[in-house]
Design a binder for this molecule. Structure first.
Ligand code: ZN
Length: 433
């Protein structure tokens, strides 16, 4: 360490952390939003702010690749107990008609705050473009993005959520959404009645993507139903249009129900097209179809086969406390944990891939470079109280600190205690107030 470095006042020093859980604890020194030094000596550097990592793990901050920020926290509306798919869709449509930009901003902000406390530094948020509320959701989420810009980076997908064949006017709104600040064009081809309609839906997405030079993010084949086949259409179009590496396909639940030879053909096309498959393990485990009287959950596509074939797989929250899914905590560790269980990932390498679905694989899905902890890398980090990466997933971490652009922006602390050990003093004092 040079004399200059010792004299300089840095923004932040995180002491006693192990990058990726390996080796002895070190210090990570940060300045100007960038990691300046990593090692035992870095703890001696002067800094405006210091964090005690208590021997925990430091990772690059998490990436949330799929969340509906506009609909989140709307479960409280009447009709929230809808049981069937059609009922939920109808109720959600009614709920959307009540949205105002202020209401959307307020709910999205509560979700964003949760995301920050959970260690998310980058997220992709879907905003519905539909006949119920036109661009109201976009306006609300744009405001929320602005409000939290220092703490988390948010990409917005303008999601065409209804049939474009029936409502071609929605394409004008999607273009307007792109002009107002959306970053990605999205759609749901399965909203169309037939293959021809699905193809023209997807074609329209690619046309807008070409016009605005953006990636494509499509919800495809979200039922456990082998007759849904839009993933293959999407892969064909991606190859035809030269969009390799710029397309994300969410859900892809039907793929798991195809005969083996058919799924292998589709997976090979998906690989060649460089499409990322984004699963939603939480919501899709609860949502069911049925074969006879047996409930069949929508599941996690063919995650293992996709990974083995070299396809990038990411995992996202999708819906949270809305008509589609009552639960959800916007916690990437919970998403990774459930992804690992639902996709039956067992070996050390497979479990590591599961965790990557909310870190590097999710970053790749959003076309970002690999997130690293190295001198010169952005200081977008999360500090976790855990021994190793398996421990992170076992405990879902009890203490977490989120650092964005070199500043501490959020986190959580949990004190645990049992009656035999006595109530911690701090808790008693807190309870007395
Ligand atoms: Zn979704």
């Amino acid at each position: 360490m040079s004399a200059d470095e010792q004299d300089q006042m840095l923004d932040l020093v995180i002491e006693g952390v192990r990058p990726y859980g390996a080796g002895e604890p070190v210090a990570v020194a940060v300045d100007g939003g960038v990691i300046r030094s990593i090692g035992p000596d870095a703890r001696r550097l002067a800094a405006a702010e210091r964090i005690d990592g208590s021997g925990g793990i430091v990772l690059p901050s998490f990436v949330e690749p799929h969340i509906h920020l506009d609909k989140t926290l709307t479960r409280r509306f009447p009709g929230g107990d809808a049981e069937s798919w059609e009922e939920a869709d109808a109720v959600q449509g009614g709920v959307k008609r009540t949205f105002t930009p202020t209401d959307v901003e307020s709910r999205a902000s509560r979700a964003i705050e949760l995301a920050i406390s959970n260690g998310i530094g980058l997220m992709r948020a879907h905003v519905a473009i539909d006949t119920a509320q036109e661009l109201i959701s976009l306006e609300g989420v744009l405001r929320a993005r602005e409000r939290w810009a220092d703490a988390v980076e948010i990409e917005i997908v303008a999601l065409l959520e209804e049939s474009i064949v029936e409502h071609p006017e929605l394409l004008h709104q999607a273009r307007e959404a792109m002009r107002r600040g959306a970053d990605v064009i999205g759609g749901i081809p399965n909203e169309e009645q037939d293959t021809r309609g699905q193809l023209s839906h997807l074609d329209a997405l690619f046309e807008i993507a070409e016009e605005f030079d953006t990636p494509v993010d499509a919800h495809v084949d979200y039922d456990a139903d082998p007759s849904q086949k839009t993933l293959e259409l999407l892969a064909d179009l991606t190859l035809e249009r030269g969009f390799e590496g710029r397309v994300l396909a969410s859900h892809c639940c039907a793929l798991a129900t195809y005969p083996q030879h058919e799924s292998e053909r589709v997976i090979e096309k998906v690989r060649r097209a460089g499409i990322t498959v984004c699963i939603s393990p939480l919501a899709n485990l609860q949502q069911v179809g049925s074969v006879g009287r047996l409930p069949v959950h929508r599941g996690s596509s063919r995650t293992k086969e996709l990974l083995d074939a070299g396809v990038n797989v990411a995992a996202g929250t999708d819906n949270m406390n809305d008509m589609w899914f009552a639960f959800g905590r916007l916690d990437p560790l919970e998403t990774a944990y459930v992804a690992i269980l639902s996709a039956a990932l067992r070996t050390e390498a497979e479990v590591a891939a599961g965790l990557e679905m909310v870190t590097n694989r999710a970053a790749r899905a959003l076309r970002r470079s690999e997130r690293t902890i190295a001198v010169g890398a952005p200081a977008d980090l999360v500090v976790l109280e855990a021994e190793d990466l398996t421990d992170v997933l076992r405990g879902l971490s009890s203490r977490r600190l989120t650092i964005k652009g070199g500043r501490l922006v959020g986190g959580m602390a949990t004190e645990r205690w049992g009656a035999g050990g006595g109530v911690p003093r701090a808790s008693m004092e807190g309870a007395a107030q």
